[in-house]
Design a protein around this ligand. Structure first.
Ligand SMILES: *[C@@H]1O[C@H](CO)[C@@H](O)[C@H](O)[C@H]1NC(C)=O
Ligand SMILES: *[C@@H]1O[C@H](CO)[C@@H](O)[C@H](O)[C@H]1NC(C)=O
Ligand SMILES: *[C@@H]1O[C@H](CO)[C@@H](O)[C@H](O)[C@H]1NC(C)=O
Ligand SMILES: *[C@@H]1O[C@H](CO)[C@@H](O)[C@H](O)[C@H]1NC(C)=O
Ligand SMILES: *[C@@H]1O[C@H](CO)[C@@H](O)[C@H](O)[C@H]1NC(C)=O
Length: 642
């Protein structure tokens, strides 16, 4: 996965307190409990509980500094800044001017915010650890964890309107080394997670469950991969791309595993335009999309060039995926993926993409395989009626449908995040989780089939024995909720007692609102998190995180608007950042009555420790949960059990 390798920025110094700095992206030990720690958020949310969450900048400045700056975050340490998000105009944050970050009374940086989120300032502020409006459909993010021991102040030159700053409040005695801008050692991230693996094929009758895999010992599951050939990719495309005509060409560089024995390239094209052909070369040699093994053997990168031969209109390209087999019997594995188009400027640069003689760039939206509606209904049923059940040391902590678990309940849409992936391109493409799942004695994996038809497939686990078990830690767990929202009632992602760490959520929104009403109005709902009951059984004392809007929680902006297009509603293009994404978008088609969206937010550095309970929620609608839709969510967390 190229996102993983691009995230390979790690520090030489490892702090003693868990999950600090680059550890969040390299050690993945979110399961370590952090007693006394609280994740909090500053944001522009409406202090009166209304919907004035940033549009007018009313609540954006906590106060103004003596030199006239707008202070948006001010906390005493020890702590860590873990996520910064803005949205201003749908196409830029230029009007905000510069951002200043001061840690422990030292000026860490004062730079133009737009240049910073564009990745122009350089390491460690590089895509995808930063992203601009084109990367996120309207948001602007800084995901570089910045620890401090005594104090943190963030200010902007002008009122930023919508924003949030997520930070960790650490116990007073936590040993923290202040963030160092020069600490950007580029090193390889160990993607060879896991040293042992177990593979099982399964056949499970409807109404039955199949206990397909068990491990004895003590360690961490580092990868769980499921393949169910009956579940086909969603026949729905909404993507941005480019095209060229006679005399035109494009080229790009792809990464691959040198152990490859056979590789193939897949291009997404607009299938409604006939007779599209191009000549393909790999490192200058003639090739087909099913690549001759001679062209890839032993290589870790290849240069691919396509040269126009024919088309009824143009030769268009939306993405290229490179899959390889590592031996004749193995499945296709995704090696690299290039997303072409104006919404993917950083991805194009990362792949040295070039286009010559461009005749078009923009968004296309279509369904393919028109007579597959019946089949679509069938595999949607499988995504919601095949349950994954995980039991660690006798505790069943995961029991939910696979669609929502892997991040796409609306259909088999592509998911490409740091912890979850769905490969829709290869035949029988895998559903993969990289959530670390610790255990002391045993792991059992079950698939529970309530789909009304027999199913077969395979499940693969990779795991690593503990070198030295950290203490204390929590079991990997999920809560799955699926219902119509209720007027006046918050939507709950996760309600839990005891000790743990909450790490994010996947959410499918099935909207039934029709025009002329605003089909996405449910997105006006704000984040609301409470942690720690203080031993009481009653309500929580104080919210720890209050947000500004639903797509804002997903660190996008303006109802996931595509700034390229500028119009709200039916034009949003799915995007994938390492920790946030919009995986699917449907507008009055297939099974979507109004406007439907799938989104996810993984919280690693900004995971929320709780010592005594958590209530993690999102509102629906502008005020008092007044707009309803069908919501389906899976929250991910680690939970202490005896
Ligand atoms: C602080 O300055 C900003 C402009 O940077 C302005 O919009 C805001 O109203 C000021 N706030 C206060 C409390 O003076
Ligand atoms: C093929 O690769 C798989 C892993 O992808 C491995 O488990 C299997 O042993 C390999 N088979 C051969 C014949 O090398
Ligand atoms: C987003 O992409 C468009 C078209 O490629 C470009 O004009 C615009 O400057 C980009 N915006 C940012 C903030 O980079
Ligand atoms: C795991 O085992 C270790 C030592 O055997 C013990 O200290 C620890 O409490 C156990 N953890 C859990 C979650 O059971
Ligand atoms: C628009 O919303 C209003 C108020 O909720 C409702 O009465 C009306 O039926 C809605 N119209 C459509 C087309 O959904």
């Amino acid at each position: 996965m190229h996102l993983l390798t691009t995230l390979a920025l790690i520090s030489s110094a490892t702090a003693s307190y868990p999950m600090l700095g680059w550890d969040a992206y390299t050690r993945f030990d979110m399961f370590t409990l952090r007693p006394g720690e609280i994740t909090k958020q500053f944001s522009s949310y409406d202090r009166t509980n209304g919907n004035n969450d940033g549009y007018y900048g009313t609540y954006s400045c906590l106060y103004n500094s003596t030199d006239g700056r707008c202070v948006i975050a001010d906390a005493k340490g020890p702590g860590e800044i873990t996520s910064i998000w803005f949205t201003y105009e749908s196409d830029s944050v230029v009007p905000i001017g510069d951002i200043r970050i001061e840690l422990d009374s030292q000026m860490i940086l004062q730079r133009d915010l737009e240049s910073l989120v564009d990745g122009d300032i350089g390491a460690p502020f590089l895509w995808p650890l930063v992203g601009n409006t084109n990367d996120t459909n309207g948001g602007n993010v800084i995901k570089v964890p910045m620890p401090y021991s005594k104090s943190m102040i963030i200010s902007t030159a002008h009122n930023p309107h919508y924003y949030h700053v997520v930070y960790r409040e650490l116990p007073a005695d936590a040993d923290v080394k202040t963030f160092d801008l020069d600490d950007t050692a580029l090193d390889a991230l160990d993607t060879a997670l896991g040293t042992r693996s177990e593979s099982h094929t399964f056949t499970v009758k409807s109404g039955h469950s199949s206990r397909v895999s068990m491990i004895s010992g003590s360690g961490v599951v580092t990868q769980l991969q499921l393949r169910v050939p009956e579940i086909l990719g969603a026949p729905h495309v909404e993507d941005d791309g480019r095209a060229y005509g006679q005399g035109g060409w494009s080229s790009a560089t792809f990464k691959l595993d040198p152990r490859n024995t056979q590789c193939q390239l897949t291009r997404r094209l607009d299938g409604t335009i006939g007779h599209q052909r191009a000549a393909v070369t790999v490192d200058g040699d003639d090739a087909d999309l099913r690549l001759n093994p001679r062209l890839t053997a032993g290589k870790s990168t290849i240069d691919v060039k396509n040269t126009f031969i024919s088309s009824d209109l143009d030769f268009n390209e939306f993405f290229y995926a490179l899959h390889c087999k590592l031996n004749v019997t193995s499945d296709w594995e995704l090696m690299d993926l290039l997303n072409v188009g104006p919404n993917n400027p950083h991805d194009e640069v990362a792949h040295e993409y070039e286009i010559n003689g461009q005749t078009w760039s923009g968004v296309r939206h279509y369904l393919y395989g028109g007579d597959r509606i019946e089949q679509v209904a069938r595999f949607l049923r499988l995504l919601s009626n095949l349950y994954l059940r995980l039991t660690f040391d006798g505790h069943t902590t995961v029991d939910g449908p696979i669609g929502s678990f892997f991040g796409s309940a609306l259909g088999k849409f592509a998911v490409r995040s740091l912890m979850l992936s769905i490969d829709t391109l290869a035949e029988n493409g895998a559903f993969t989780s990289w959530w670390p799942m610790p255990f002391n004695h045993s792991v059992a994996v079950e698939l529970v089939n309530q789909a009304g038809q027999p199913l077969q497939g395979s499940i693969d686990l990779k795991w690593a024995p503990w070198a030295s078990p950290p203490a204390p830690w929590g079991y990997f767990a999920t809560q799955h909720h699926h219902a119509e929202t209720k007027t006046g009632v918050l939507w709950n992602f996760l309600s839990e007692t005891g000790q743990g760490v909450a790490c994010g959520v996947t959410q499918a929104f099935r909207g039934a609102i029709l025009p002329p009403n605003n089909t996405l109005d449910y997105l006006e709902g704000d984040l609301k998190v409470w942690t720690n009951r203080g031993g009481k059984t009653g309500p929580f004392d104080q919210a720890t995180m209050l947000g500004t809007g639903t797509e804002d929680f997903y660190e996008s902006g303006w109802y996931f608007t595509d700034a390229q297009d500028g119009t709200y509603g039916s034009t949003a293009v799915p995007f994938a950042m390492p920790l946030t994404g919009m995986e699917a978008h449907e507008y009055r088609e297939l099974n979507c009555v109004g406007e439907c969206v799938e989104a996810s937010r993984l919280m690693l550095a900004d995971s929320m420790n709780f010592d005594d309970g958590i209530s993690f929620n999102i509102e629906h609608g502008p005020v008092n949960n007044d707009i309803n839709a069908n919501y389906e969510t899976t929250a991910f967390y680690y939970h202490a059990r005896d």
